[in-house]
Design a protein around this ligand. Sequence first.
Ligand code: ADP
Length: 328
Amino acid sequence: MRPNIKNIAVLTSGGDAPGMNACIRAVIRTGIYNGINMFGVMQGYQGLITNNIIPMDARSVSNIIHLGGTILKTARCLEFKTKEGMQQAYDNLQARDIDALVVIGGDGTFTGAQRFSKEFGVKVIGVPGTIDNDLYGSDFTLGYDTAMNTVIEAIDKIRDTADAHDRLFFIEVMGRDSGCIALRSAVATGAEAVLLPEKQTSLDELITQLESGASTKKTSSIVIVSEGHKAGGAYDIANRVKERFNHYDTKVTILGHLQRGGSPSSFDRILGSRLGFAAVNELLKGNTEQMVGLRGNDVKTTSLDEALNKHSFKLEADLLEMAKVLSI
Ligand code: ADP
């Protein structure tokens, strides 16, 4: 029998990611199709506390599937970490008889959702939305594919100019704790080297790699640096390399927030739609404290506990080794 859920709200929280709008659309329409009153919460947990909760119908999510960012906005909200903040959020939901939440975000968002469910009994389902692709239980997180396409397009353009001038480029990409974007974009663009947060690479090792390329007449070199690399940011590393290796003119590009934006790829639109649809269906089955994710080509649930506590992206040593061989 279907549990007695009448009202569901959806929010986006933490870092935004392309595909969040496709997911919001799917959540709202799946709920309405099933006779549920649907609400959108503005600015993540902040909007729960400030009571910025809006009734939504099927038309309020028209023409958003192709948009980057999130129509519900997102925020980081310290107050939600306090008992008083959560109580205020709960009271605002109670006043509207909202008994269940779909939260789209990363591990911080899920930590908040899990506490909210345990301490106040609000049913929660999480959708993994982060460009970093770093949540256990989903092979891909929402936004990662679009971010990768953006990164690759940018690096291809840099390669054109690097080649024209015989330059060495250090390109910094996002991923403070996860080198997923860095490693896979290195494979996809044929970068000469990649520096990952998961792996210590010495300056000697890097310079040997660059020298070997120069000795086989490479006309340009690209080193991808993950922003979380222990040796420092791209500027630091470039300066240290420049002192010892001056074969090429050296330049640095930080791709920064452009990696977050843009129209979602077909993959992220479909993923967002599937996960949003699944999230509401899980709530209608009476489930809570679960994340919906993609494993293989199937949508599966993982407990928030596991999603938060198991480590997701293990350094793909085979890809790293292959990238080295293919860039000689
Ligand atoms: P992401 O979801 O992308 O990892 P954050 O780590 O910034 O982003 O988390 C998003 C929001 O989740 C925080 O601003 C906060 O409101 C909430 N949150 C994070 N950790 C907790 C916690 N321990 N308890 C309650 N809320 C939390």
